[in-house]
Write a protein that binds this ligand. Structure first.
Ligand SMILES: Cc1cc2nc3c(=O)[nH]c(=O)nc-3n(C[C@H](O)[C@H](O)[C@H](O)COP(=O)(O)O)c2cc1C
Length: 250
């Protein structure tokens, strides 16, 4: 990496908002789409309602206290309603932001309601869902089947997770990818920090939701950038993985 420690520390701070470059939003350039588009011939799989998921009814304090990183999963498949619940809790669409056609509200906060992250899934063991690579489509609460999986998929997931073997035993591994321009359009040079803050909220909701439905997950920042991006054919330029979390039943 070509940055000095001083530069990297500056990145972590709140840099001056007064000196930020004029944004494309200020220049009145069109807003990028707020939801990812699928190819015309995409295979789309509707998900059950998140309300269909059987939850434990734990009180919130208990959920917060019992949340922990889980790296050992049972071989029990994850019910599809559970996956639906986890996706809704982490990136579910609620409504458009009042008086806006370019910002949506979801189940997590996001700077300026830009929601610049997309959820990609490597599904290994989910009941009623073929193993494969998918992307969550929040507006329709559907999955786009990007590519069916074969017996090599668990190894590909482990490789993308920088050889962290427990990922290969997950029921599903979440990969959150930044679509940078969605945030840059409004926030220019601030966007890079904001995207990373946004994804932290998403992953914490995953931890808490897992606790409620008898699953376990573990955040992974030490993933392999190239392998993770190429698993989902992301260009690695303005669209790349920033955080990963394997999930399994306990
Ligand atoms: C930003 C971040 C990155 C992490 N990356 C990894 C990782 O690459 N591999 C791993 O096994 N755990 C990872 N973890 C999990 C931490 O090791 C774990 O949260 C920590 O040990 C505290 O345990 P707890 O989550 O059970 O409270 C990460 C956690 C966070 C928040």
């Amino acid at each position: 990496m070509d940055f000095s420690i001083t530069q990297l520390r500056e990145f972590a701070k709140s840099s001056s908002w007064d000196n930020a470059p004029v944004s494309d939003q200020d220049k009145e350039l069109p807003a990028p789409p707020i939801f990812p588009a699928c190819p015309d011939n995409a295979v789309l799989i509707p998900l059950p309602s998140p309300e269909d998921c059987r939850t434990a009814g734990k009180d919130f304090l208990r959920i917060v206290k019992e949340r922990k990183s889980n790296r050992a999963y049972s071989s029990q498949p994850m019910p599809l309603a559970v996956l639906s619940y986890l996706l809704y809790c982490t990136q579910g669409y609620k409504c458009m932001r009042p008086q806006s056609t370019v910002a949506a509200l979801r189940t997590v906060p996001s700077a300026g309601a830009r929601h610049p992250l997309d959820t990609y899934l490597a599904v290994l063991n989910v009941e009623g869902l073929a193993p494969g690579l998918y992307r969550y489509q929040p507006l329709e609460h559907q999955l786009w089947l990007i590519q069916a999986g074969d017996s090599t998929l668990p190894d590909a997931v482990v490789k993308a997770c920088n050889k962290q073997l427990f990922a290969g035993k997950s029921a599903v591994t979440f990969f959150w990818a930044a679509d940078m321009y969605r945030c840059e359009w409004r926030y220019t040079t601030h966007a890079y920090k904001l995207v990373l803050l946004d994804v932290g909220h998403i992953c914490e909701n995953l931890y808490l939701a897992c606790e409620e439905v008898g699953c376990g997950c573990c955040a992974i920042a030490a993933y392999n950038q190239q392998e993770a991006d190429s698993l989902f054919s992301l260009n690695g330029d303005n669209n790349f993985v920033v955080y990963v979390a394997p999930v399994g039943t306990l």
